[in-house]
Design a protein around this ligand. Structure first.
Ligand code: UD1
Ligand code: MG
Length: 491
């Protein structure tokens, strides 16, 4: 028989969050809260994992299903009404006791709202449970401010007697600092028998999972406890304040992870790296850098202050200068971006290409060694190799109805201030004169110009100056009293 199944209870509404969004979908370091415990459960259980969902079940289910490759296989059970944590666990019975027989000897039960809980701690809890041959083993910790948590009541020789929820606790019980973390290992057959006996006659009118502790003790069963010294990993997210705490703690763990792997963070406190991001060795991140989503950064990159890279793949030795935004793009080795560049979705910067100040790229490929250094918009554009895009070039890719493509072939030269009206093609090695508006294809090696001829009038400026100085000599001067006059008063 398998040893451990796991139940993640994630059906609660999270009232204290005061949010439209179910608590378990709020992000922590870029992942929904629920990810952490479903992931952990899958990694420690050798039998089935059941996730109990309820509030906003369709949204939570959609997330879990779309992300299922990130987890070990799991089943979903529905808690149609949120009647308490005990009732939530009961909904896993069908999956864990098929035909009335337990699928595994024990069940690990975790709340979905404790994302900082470490796998090593949970493994210690499982080991303690086995060693003590306990019916129920619970994880606890000492908190200087235990408010909001269930208190662990101990009796003779320090043995656990029960868990009491704060609203039901006596004054003496409230003074206890040892709290219930919401992580338990329970013998499966006992678990569902005991839950059937839990009632909702308490201050909150809920079926408390915690009541099974007292029931086990009353039956004379062995109840063990593991108290973890690191109370910060035990925080259950009930409010936005807890969420902020957990967010910061998780970010700090991630920073430590990357520092240990050989990444330089010049100011760790202001560097934000999402949990899914990977970074290559010897990359340097300056203050205020944010790396988000499914981003991969190669080795030896430099990302300067206040830049954000989201859902992008960045090669090796890439430089991203200050205050740039790279979103859903691919940047190949030794390319350079910024400062103040905006690389938008669908863009690809090939090797050693360069995108400079105030340049925006959207759904655009910039070929190897090509440069667009200043004040430019390239949208829906393909740029070949070693192309120079002059300052202020604009691709006019949208006619109000449709998006059209621009093709600029290898080694072409686009003069400054050109507008390329898509669909249009500039052939290999062709030159577009500065200030041109190009609406027809330019053959390879050609020069295309669309400027009106220049008009030059000798001495024109001198004549204009003389004209205006004569005029101002004859103009009536305004006096302070005239200016101060009220509207409608007689002159
Ligand atoms: C719970 C414990 C408390 C413990 C604390 C640790 C109970 C009765 N209390 O309190 O002893 O100190 O966690 O953080 O268990 N849920 C459901 N269905 C429901 C209600 C809740 O699935 O009907 C889920 C929630 O989504 C959440 C978890 O159970 O993931 C805990 O619920 P929550 O309301 O946060 O319980 P706490 O008040 O924190
Ligand atoms: Mg909670």
């Amino acid at each position: 028989m398998k040893k451990f199944s796991a139940i993640v209870i994630a059906a609660g509404r999270g009232k204290r969050m005061r949010s439209k969004t179910a608590k378990v979908l709020h992000p922590v370091a870029g992942r929904p809260l629920i990810w952490y415990m479903v992931s952990l459960a899958g990694r420690v259980a050798d039998a089935r994992v059941v996730v109990v969902i309820g509030h906003q079940a369709e949204r939570v289910r959609a997330y879990l299903e779309q992300s299922k490759t990130e987890f070990e296989p799991f089943d979903i059970a529905l808690q149609p009404e949120q009647l308490g944590t005990g009732h939530a666990v009961q909904q896993a019975k069908a999956a864990l006791m098929p035909n009335g027989k337990a699928a595994s000897k024990h069940c690990l039960i975790v709340n979905a709202d404790t994302p900082l809980l470490r796998r090593t701690t949970v493994k210690r809890l499982l080991a303690r449970h086995e060693r003590e041959k306990a019916t129920l083993t619970l994880l606890s910790t000492d908190l200087s401010d235990p408010r909001g948590y269930g208190r662990v009541v101990r009796g003779n020789a320090g043995r656990v007697v029960k868990v009491v929820e704060e609203p039901d606790a006596t004054r003496v019980e409230r003074a206890i600092h040892e709290v219930n973390v919401g992580t338990y290992v329970v013998e499966t057959s006992f678990l569902f028998r005991a839950l059937a006996r839990v009632h909702a006659q308490n201050a909150q009118g809920e079926y408390y999972l915690t009541d099974i502790v007292g029931l086990a003790v009353a039956e004379g069963r062995r109840v063990a406890g593991l108290k973890t010294a690191d109370s910060s990993e035990c925080v259950g997210v009930n409010t936005r304040e807890h969420l902020a705490f957990v967010e910061q703690a998780m970010r700090q763990r991630i920073r430590t992870r990357w520092l240990e792997k050989g990444i330089t963070l010049l100011d760790p406190r202001t560097t934000f790296i999402d949990d899914m991001v990977t970074v290559g060795t010897d990359t340097v991140l300056y203050p205020g850098v944010t790396l988000e989503g499914q981003t991969k950064i190669g080795a030896d990159c430099v990302i300067r202050s206040h830049s954000r890279v989201t859902n992008s793949v960045v090669g090796q030795a890439v430089t991203i200068q200050d205050s740039s935004l790279v979103d859903s793009a691919i940047i190949e080795d030794r390319a350079m971006v910024g400062p103040f560049a905006h690389v938008r979705p669908g863009s690809m910067l090939r090797k050693q290409s360069k995108v400079g100040n105030f340049v925006e790229l959207k759904n655009t490929e910039l070929g190897a060694g090509s440069k667009s250094n200043h004040l430019t918009y390239l949208g829906d554009t393909f740029v070949g190799k070693r192309v120079n895009i002059g300052a202020g070039t604009i691709t006019c890719n949208y006619d109000g109805y449709r998006k059209e493509r621009t093709m600029i072939e290898d080694e072409a030269f686009i003069g400054s201030g050109a507008q390329l009206i898509a669909p249009v093609r500039v052939g290999k090695g062709a030159v577009v004169g500065a200030g041109s508006t190009i609406s027809q294809d330019v053959p390879g090696e050609a020069l295309a110009l669309s400027r009106s001829p220049q008009v030059t009038r000798e001495e024109w400026a001198v004549r204009r100056r003389a004209y205006y100085s004569e005029k101002s000599a004859t103009a009536p001067k305004s006096t302070p009293s005239a200016r101060g006059r009220k509207k409608g008063s007689k002159g």
